[in-house]
Design a protein around this ligand. Structure first.
Ligand SMILES: Nc1nc2c(ncn2[C@@H]2O[C@H](COP(=O)(O)OP(=O)(O)O)[C@@H](O)[C@H]2O)c(=O)[nH]1
Ligand SMILES: Nc1ncnc2c1ncn2[C@@H]1O[C@H](COP(=O)(O)OP(=O)(O)O)[C@@H](O)[C@H]1O
Length: 197
């Protein structure tokens, strides 16, 4: 099945790039699609989130996430330094505000890869942002991908699949849906939505 679109959002009032949010259940392929896209279009800026979860093997501080302690996260939240934040499967995640605003001001296309709760916050605070939902071809395939990635223990996978049911039900809240059948196709569709190609 090819990537599918639903609906369109109005063009921004001028030709400045706008914020794009990519959400979707854990294991659907968000990181894979974004990595593929940025290999060919490094001009797209991906926000690096702060998280209290521990790094997976190969994940680097400042590249994949800013790995912070609970106390550091408390401070980021209390000081208003996060554009949005949420608790997901037992850990907190948040988008550093300043870097996002600086890149948008400089005319750089900005992408946030965040969960449903974060997407809802962005809808409130930056309504000109475009919300894109990445959907799996099927529930079975989502389970296969999340399990096959091999990065989470079985109880963590269960927790993420519970969250996935909630996220899949919220898909109609998004401006666009892309079905991740082919990484290459979806990456191209996402670039088109961001007006990069
Ligand atoms: N609200 C919010 N969600 C985030 C942020 N960063 C990552 N997430 C989301 O948190 C969830 C878990 O992320 P992670 O632990 O890296 O697992 P993975 O996305 O399954 O590889 C995913 O839905 C991410 O999109 C953030 O800054 N804010
Ligand atoms: N289109 C696809 N077809 C098959 N496998 C995929 C596809 N996209 C991603 N995957 C695989 O699914 C697993 C989860 O992908 P990942 O990017 O880590 O998901 P997410 O960031 O949404 O949690 C990885 O093992 C990845 O290689």
């Amino acid at each position: 099945m090819a990537a599918t679109f639903r609906g369109t959002t109005p063009e921004p009032p001028d030709d400045r790039p706008r914020l794009t949010v990519l959400s979707g259940p854990s294991g659907v392929g968000k990181s894979t699609v974004v990595a593929h896209m940025r290999k060919e279009h490094p001009e797209v800026w991906l926000s690096v989130s702060a998280t209290t979860r521990k790094p997976r093997p190969g994940e680097k501080h400042g590249v994949h996430y800013f790995f912070v302690s609970d106390e550091e996260m408390d401070k980021l939240i209390a000081n208003g330094e996060l554009l949005e934040w949420a608790e997901f499967a037992g850990h907190r995640y948040g988008t550093p505000r300043a870097a996002v605003l600086e890149h948008l001001e400089a005319g750089v296309p900005v992408l946030l890869e965040i969960d449903l709760q974060g997407a809802r916050q962005v809808r409130e605070t930056m309504p000109e942002g475009r919300l894109v939902f990445l959907a799996p071809p099927s529930w079975e395939e989502l389970v296969r991908r999340l399990t096959g990635r091999g990065t989470e223990a079985p109880e963590v996978i269960e927790r993420r699949l519970d969250a996935a049911k909630v996220e899949l039900a919220a898909e109609p809240e998004f401006d666009e849906t892309l079905v991740n059948t082919s990484v290459k196709d979806v990456a191209r569709e996402l670039l088109a939505l961001m007006d990069v190609v």
